[in-house]
Design a binder for this molecule. Structure first.
Ligand SMILES: Cc1cc2nc3c(=O)[nH]c(=O)nc-3n(C[C@H](O)[C@H](O)[C@H](O)COP(=O)(O)O)c2cc1C
Ligand SMILES: CCCCCCCCCCC(=O)C(=O)O
Length: 346
């Protein structure tokens, strides 16, 4: 299993067209990149034990998530600075997502205003970093809601930023001229710097939930005790994530962390997983181990870099078609038919 030929080729294609400094920012991870590679390795270790003769009927991947019903349980993860990958940036991403019938999580660090992204008609969630200026944070959340985003995704794995050796080597510390974080503009139109807040606690999660009418998910949970706390503090969904290996190097792979989180949540809210999902078969393994949906980060960036909106659509359809195909081959008609009995580590 692991990366399909499609995902590997897409990455090679993106590397060929991107400025090497920007490619390394997008592809890289923290520290020695053990967690980055560990995410993919965890999928590569698994094998499927299919069921046979499970009767007729089409595969139906319809999935309900906070604020949205999707044709397939695949969501685009929030990633920063899409205009580093393609000149049309997040507008191209959203156009491709819409064509694929998917859902895009817009990053706080998007290089395009959320209103402009929403004008594509794509279904959106909005990812937030809680800023020490809580009034500003609430204003960004309200702006996302007004633009039509269907849920907020609060990233909780970044009290400080991961150390990225590739960026340090390139001295990549500033965006190219003309690119800014358009959703960090304050009421005067001034773009604020992102300030990661090392003092965040669960009360802040409850505070954010109380300031918005949107469903709230937390992204960046690995420990089952934190999953339980998240549910107790009223969240509407949990994303098992190590930030694609970009924060704590040495953190457990998300697939290995998933079963304990699923057990702790016990069906009270949806559980999503991201990190290392490169094929429909990878998505199936995550669903079989208890995820309600997967998020994908880099494969979408590679599609964007290679082919703009068409490349994003192709990347998503490769995943969802691959998932439907693998479902048929393991004898499952719906995600609910999948269970851990279908997955083994030889
Ligand atoms: C270039 C890049 C930028 C990212 N920016 C953000 C971000 O702004 N907010 C966030 O919560 N996560 C961010 N992430 C993490 C992703 O949301 C996601 O957790 C990760 O990419 C999933 O792993 P994958 O790339 O292996 O699919 C970023 C990841 C990458 C690769
Ligand atoms: C423009 C030079 C690099 C500045 C990095 C800011 C990181 C913002 C957070 C985005 C993210 O979550 C990630 O890269 O991962």
């Amino acid at each position: 299993m692991g990366p399909s030929v499609g995902a590997r080729e897409a990455e090679r294609g993106a590397r060929a067209v991107l400025d090497p400094v920007h490619f390394d920012y997008l592809a890289g991870g923290a520290g020695d990149e053990r967690t980055l590679t560990g995410n993919e390795d965890a999928f590569a270790r698994r094998r499927l034990v299919p069921r046979v003769l499970r009767g007729p009927g089409p595969v139906d991947l319809t999935t309900d998530l906070p604020g949205v019903r999707l044709a397939a349980p695949v969501v685009v993860a929030p990633t920063a600075f899409h205009r580093l990958a393609h000149r049309a940036g997040e507008v191209a991403t959203a156009t491709g997502v819409r064509a694929a019938g998917g859902l895009l999580t817009v990053s706080t660090m998007a290089t395009t205003a959320v209103e402009e992204i929403a004008a594509t008609g794509a279904a959106l969630w909005f990812q937030l970093y809680l800023q020490p200026d809580r009034a500003f944070t609430a204003a960004v959340a309200a702006r996302a809601a007004a633009a039509g985003c269907r849920a907020l995704v609060l990233t909780v794995d970044s009290p400080v930023r991961g150390r990225h050796a590739r960026d340090a080597r390139h001295r990549f510390t500033e965006l190219p001229a003309g690119l800014v974080c358009e959703n960090l503009r304050d009421a005067d139109g001034r773009v604020r710097d992102l300030v990661v807040d090392p003092d965040l606690g669960w009360d802040d999660v409850a505070w954010l939930g109380g300031t918005t009418s949107l469903p709230l998910l937390v992204k960046g949970v690995l420990h089952p005790a934190d999953a339980g706390l998240a549910v107790e503090h009223g969240v509407d969904g949990i994303v098992v994530s190590n930030h694609g290996g970009r924060q704590l190097d040495g953190a457990v792979s998300t697939l290995d962390a998933l079963p304990a989180v699923v057990a702790a949540v016990a069906g009270r809210v949806p559980v999503l997983l991201d990190g290392g999902v490169r094929s429909g078969t990878d998505a199936l393994v995550a669903l079989a181990l208890g995820a309600d949906a997967v998020m994908v980060g880099r494969p979408v960036l590679w599609g964007l870099a290679r082919g703009g909106a068409d490349g994003v659509q192709e990347a998503l359809e490769d995943l969802t078609d691959g998932l439907a195909h693998a479902m048929a081959l393991v004898g499952a008609h719906r995600p609910g038919d999948l269970g851990p009995d279908l997955v083994t580590i030889p």
